[in-house]
Design a protein around this ligand. Structure first.
Ligand code: UDP
Length: 327
């Protein structure tokens, strides 16, 4: 099979490309390297069946031809990271909405190329439910708070994917990623785990935003990739919206303590208010736990890797990157 991964030089895309190549498929990646990085795919360049095209999916002329030449599209290209979203909400909306529109149109023009659209747990917004299910009502904050532009634009992508299926019979799958972490993730756009581990390895204080009692469920990127592979092979996943994440919940304070313990660091923890970390009036989610029974029942997928494994993998990857930089 031949796959197109938009945003394939991103953190998840690079790992997905690697897994598909390992299974003997061919992979073409389109990425404008705005937030993706060649570091995520450097080890794949030169592998037979792998192609990287540096281009923006919104303006790229060849997109229709490219989509027509593959069996399936993983549409992962999107604005990434809460800090970036808050800094530039206009870019977030444009990238997410226009990019998805172009990819889905190309898939329709090509006669109905199966497309997985990556969405996000952000769409659950401020819901206070114990765990979030795909059919839940969604509670997004006001449009005067730029954070919510991400959830809203991704939600429009979901609606558009479903509309394309209804109007043109396009086979689509929507995946909602919960916090995904692992080797090669950058902390440049706000992600907490690579930031904590970098600080711990440098012996500097870990910066916890707010009171640190907000919680998240962190899923290893290799588990996320397994879920994507299973969804791609599952005919009954077509037309579905599916959560991908783990159900082990940890507070950000707990994560900071675990990182310090696993890395053997002498770092301390510094708490700073949200307004200072992001912008005045920033709204965070207190909890965010997925219900993963839908994907489990459909594909048998369940995440396998523990949070301890994840922290160790991220620490090893950052130690390796630091050693390479010194060479
Ligand atoms: N966070 C933090 N310190 C950081 C980065 C993030 O305390 O250096 C907090 C952030 O406010 C949020 C949680 O960690 O409550 C997860 O943040 P991340 O950006 O990784 O993902 P989110 O769940 O916000 O999409």
């Amino acid at each position: 099979m031949r796959y197109l991964i938009t945003g394939g030089a991103g953190f998840i895309g690079g790992h997905l490309a690697e897994a598909l190549l390992r299974e003997g498929h061919s992979v073409v990646i389109v990425d404008d390297l705005s937030t993706g990085s060649e570091n995520n795919i450097a080890h794949l360049l030169g592998i037979p069946g792998f192609e990287f095209i540096e281009a923006d999916i919104i303006s790229m002329e060849r997109l229709d031809n490219l989509v027509a030449g593959v069996d399936m599209v993983f549409h992962l290209a999107a604005a990434v990271g809460v800090e970036l979203v808050v800094r530039d909400p206009a870019r977030t909306i444009k990238t997410n909405v226009h990019g998805t529109e172009r990819v889905l149109s190309a898939a329709i023009k090509a006669g109905g190329v199966k497309t997985l659209v990556a969405s996000t747990s952000e769409v659950y917004g401020k819901s206070a439910k114990q765990s979030f299910s795909e059919s839940d009502d969604l509670l997004i904050g006001p449009s005067t708070r730029s954070r919510w532009s991400y959830a809203c634009s991704k939600l429009l992508d979901e609606f558009y994917a479903m509309a394309c299926m209804k109007a043109s019979g396009l086979p689509v799958i929507v995946s909602r990623f919960f916090n995904t972490v692992g080797p090669r993730q950058t902390g440049m756009y706000g992600m907490v785990l690579p930031r904590f581990v970098s600080k711990a390895l440098a012996g500097e204080p870990l910066l916890v935003y707010g009171d640190g009692e907000q919680s998240r469920c962190f899923c290893h990127v290799l588990d996320t990739v397994d879920a994507l592979l299973k969804l791609a092979e599952c005919p009954d996943a077509v037309g579905r919206v599916l959560n991908i994440g783990t159900t082990r919940e940890t507070t950000i304070n707990g994560l900071a303590e675990l990182v310090i313990e696993r890395t053997g660091s002498a770092s301390g923890i510094t708490r700073i208010p949200y307004d200072e970390a992001y912008e005045a009036g920033f709204e965070d989610m207190r909890r965010r736990v997925p219900n993963i029974s839908a994907i489990s029942e459909l594909t048998g997928w369940r995440p396998q890797r523990s949070l301890e494994d994840i922290v160790d993998d991220v620490a090893n990857s950052l130690r390796g990157a630091a050693a390479n930089n010194r060479c």
